[in-house]
Write a protein that binds this ligand. Structure first.
Ligand SMILES: O=C(O)CCC(=O)C(=O)O
Ligand SMILES: [Fe+2]
Length: 820
């Protein structure tokens, strides 16, 4: 009889040294395409690394669950999850979800859940996994909670493998994520069911090679990839104190779950069973161990030889002896989650329905009545949310929170810096020694110290000190240290007298001025982006400025040596340095002798017309020649540098812009299609239905990519979808959008698409002169319209023209016409 040993079990060090190359393959696949689900049939020869791994996981658990037979059509579904430090902290986790056949639920409203979910970690950092033993999703409904609830918790540890009942709610809360890469392989066990939308590892491999990625998936050795030892005892933990962890899943909110506060630290290495009945889990694990010890053909040896296992199982007559029932195969209505009547109750925990109802006035599709209290639409969507593919809602919420916090972290310090600079100015003029200024300075310093602490906590100390913006962080710290030294000295030498000569008060004055240096910090904040660009421009010109100064110095040196030799009887040319400086003065601010009389005049009197002529020539050469040359080269360099930078940025942002434009256009096109589809409905209903559908569209496509590669993949996906649907846009529609679709216009503006002659844009984009734009034509054309005209644009036209002329000549020749 099939029996679930425990709702949750764990094994350590299941992988060969260096993970047998699995991590490399996992990264490669995840980087190429997010989460393809790979299907590995139970009764098939493993042909790739991933197949072997999934196969071995499958048969290990099949035995562990004491299945006497495995129905045909069973297998393992494998996918990769990766979260990286490049993602914002709010996105380094996973939403609460149930594993299921996502595509089947999406397409047919049929909910099928795996028998067993397993995760194998390929890294030791990132968010922990939390698995709640209840509520269980069964037969399409959340089962009311009975008895005790256990929350199993484990940090990712490389080589750790966990397995749990496939019907359990689980998630990886981003707020507890430790920093670094989180890489895991999920293998779900399906019996008598193959999920939709899965691909074979061979076809994935072929696709990867077609795209020019070298898929490192070959099976190079016969080495085992999955070698679980004894199951480990899941440690019991009574989380009475700890951190409160609210669990939000669709309209459900589970309160009262507490996780140990050590979770914030890095030392949580053993999976924990939180809250209650961990005793039972422990006992079951013990029993499992004992059985493994007694059984000479323990899974450790036999599972490794999975081929032999297959044969043995086949011989045991899987058809006659088949008394295994697939886990849950039920047809569910989209809204059936709502049928849990009583609020779920956790012992020591409160489960409450979130006050989310359908929008007021939303019609219940079954009986047509208004039931604003029932969270039906929301409920229905819960099962439809792609969980392990692209989680939308909760991630977005978290993202929203983290985005507004980041904005605050930008705005507030910027405002305080401006205020502190203003106070520095006021305090210099108005009652400079007033105590209020000192108090204000202390407040500012405390604020800046707090800012550093908050940033360290939010981004992590390492990220803050050595991450991408490390130089700004160190500058913040330097400013704070200077302020602290300033304050300490101020108190220590409050009654000292002194001047600007390096005495304590002189130092104090310097430190006071250093406060103004904080203003530089403003450049760090996004709102001062333009100012930063200007200053960056000046810095790009510094290199040429340096060489200009070298040129000037060289000229002055030559002149210095020359004048020192010729005019040696004048005090102003006594030494070479003195002669150099006098020469410099003569070409810049003024050319007076030490007694204040004009030096040129004196020299003219002494040396006559030769000097006068030479001076005029030299003056013109230095002022008009060298000085203007320096100016021109500097300006040219700055302008050139910023144009190049802009072009480079346009190139770097191309995948993002492509995605932004493609999603905007798709949204407009689909909204138009919906509008046409709902034309026949009465006005009231139409508005409501439209609103709902547009909202659903937004949610469906609400996923925001994070890397250029992802932008590109998603943009390609949109292009593919839209091209398949064969939508074309007429001139009238397109020009209409350029007037009414504010969002599209602003996105085009952001993409630096010139809209000064916007009604000519259609003709520009309509490359095949068909009078209609297909989706690819629009996106391709718009991408090319970004930014200023570049040399490549002009060369492209030139080459095309040469080709056209050549073709025309060829035609003329064939027709016997004389070209021209
Ligand atoms: O990586 C993990 O810890 C869990 C992954 C998971 O639950 C999923 O991808 O569905
Ligand atoms: Fe999952």
């Amino acid at each position: 009889m099939c029996r679930m040993r425990s709702a949750f079990s764990a094994w350590e060090a299941v992988l060969p040294p260096q993970g047998g190359g699995l991590a490399r393959v996992a990264r490669q696949i995840f980087g190429f395409q997010r989460n393809p689900s790979i299907w590995v049939p139970a009764f098939a020869e493993a042909s790739t690394l991933l197949d072997r791994f999934a196969h071995q996981v499958f048969w290990f658990h099949a035995r562990r669950l004491e299945l006497s037979s495995v129905p045909p059509g069973s297998g393992a579904e494998l996918w990769v999850q990766r979260r990286g430090p490049e993602q914002p902290p709010g996105e380094r986790g996973m939403d609460w979800h149930f594993d299921k056949d996502e595509d089947l639920l999406d397409r047919e409203d049929v909910l099928v859940m795996p028998k067993l979910s397993t995760v194998t970690y390929l890294s030791s950092t990132g968010a922990p996994l939390l698995v709640l033993s209840q509520p269980v999703l069964k037969e399409g409904e959340l089962q009311p909670i009975e008895g005790q609830v256990t929350a199993f918790l484990t940090r990712p540890v490389s080589g750790r493998h966990v397995a749990f009942d496939g019907r359990l709610l689980h998630g990886c809360p981003a707020r507890f994520a430790s920093r670094g890469e989180r890489l895991s392989l999920s293998v779900n066990l399906w019996f008598g069911h193959k999920p939709l939308g899965v691909v074979s590892s061979e076809s994935l491999r072929a696709r990867l090679s077609r795209e020019g990625v070298d898929p490192m998936m070959e099976l190079s050795t016969s080495e085992d990839l999955f070698t679980p030892g004894d199951g480990m005892v899941v440690k019991q933990h009574q989380a009475d104190g700890g951190i409160d962890l609210p669990v939000d899943f669709g309209p459900w909110h589970i309160a009262g779950l507490r996780v140990p506060s050590e979770l914030r630290g890095e030392d949580l290495t053993t999976p924990l069973a939180l809250l209650h009945d961990a005793g039972q889990v422990t006992a079951e694990n013990m029993q499992l161990r004992r059985q493994l010890e007694k059984d000479p053909a323990a899974p450790r040896t036999e599972i490794r030889a999975s081929k032999r296992m297959d044969d043995a199982l086949r011989k045991s007559g899987c058809d006659e002896d088949f008394h295994f029932t697939p886990t849950v195969v039920q047809t569910v209505q989209r809204k059936s989650f709502q049928s849990v009547e009583a609020p779920l109750e956790l012992p020591g925990a409160v489960v409450e329905k979130l006050p989310v109802g359908p929008p007021p006035g939303l019609q219940n599709s079954e009986d047509g009545t208004n039931e604003p209290d029932e969270p039906e639409e929301h409920n229905g969507d819960v099962g439809h949310r792609k969980t392990h593919r692209k989680s939308v809602v909760t991630v977005e919420d978290e993202l929203g929170d983290s985005a507004s916090f980041l904005l605050l972290l930008d705005m507030v310090p910027a405002a305080v810096i401006i205020l502190s600079a203003a106070i520095a100015g006021l305090s210099a003029d108005i009652a400079p020694n007033h105590i209020a200024w000192t108090v204000l300075e202390i407040v500012f310093t405390v604020f800046f110290v707090a800012e550093i602490i908050v940033k360290c906590r939010y981004f992590g100390i390492c990220e803050y000190l050595v991450g991408a913006d490390w130089y700004w962080s160190w500058f913040d710290i330097l400013c704070v240290i200077l302020a602290l030294v300033d304050m300490t000295l101020q108190f220590a030498f409050s009654d000292a007298e002194g001047g600007d000569d390096g005495s304590p008060v002189g130092v104090l004055k310097m430190l006071k001025l250093a406060r103004l240096g904080r203003i530089v910090r403003l450049l760090r904040f996004k709102i001062f982006q333009e100012l930063k660009l200007m200053i960056q421009g000046v810095f790009t010109g510094l290199r040429v400025l340096f060489w200009a100064v070298v040129l000037l110095l060289l000229c002055m040196y030559l002149l210095g040596v020359f004048t020192r030799t010729i005019f040696s009887d004048h005090a102003e040319f006594e030494t070479v340095p003195a002669a150099m400086f006098t020469s410099f003065r003569c070409f810049t601010e003024g050319c007076s002798a030490f007694d204040g009389t004009p030096l040129q005049e004196r020299l003219r009197k002494d040396h006559g017309g030769v000097f006068m002529f030479g001076y005029i020539l030299l003056f013109l050469f230095v002022t008009i020649g060298i000085f203007n040359l320096i100016m021109a080269v500097f300006i040219d360099n700055v302008a050139d540098g910023s144009t190049k930078k802009r072009q480079r940025e346009l190139g770097e942002n191309a995948p993002r812009t492509e995605w932004v434009l493609a999603s905007s256009l798709r949204q407009i096109i689909m909204t138009n299609v919906l509008r046409k589809e709902t034309q026949h409905l009465p006005d009231d209903e139409r508005t409501q239905v439209l609103k709902e559908k547009i909202e659903a569209l937004r949610e469906r496509y609400g996923y925001k990519p994070h890397s250029n590669q992802e932008y590109q993949e998603l943009a390609d996906g949109i292009r593919e979808d839209m091209s398949e649907s064969g939508v074309v846009v007429t001139r009238e529609d397109f020009n209409g959008w350029l007037t009414s679709e504010k969002e599209l216009i602003s996105k085009m503006d952001d993409a630096e698409i010139d809209l000064s002659c916007k009604y000519d844009l259609f003709d520009v984009l309509d490359a095949d002169l068909s009078g209609e734009l297909d989706f690819d034509e629009m996106v391709d054309g718009l991408i090319k319209c970004r930014g200023p005209v570049s040399k490549t644009d002009i060369i492209a036209i030139r080459l095309k023209t040469v080709l056209l002329v050549r073709m025309m000549n060829g035609i003329c020749e064939k027709l016997g016409i004389q070209p021209g």
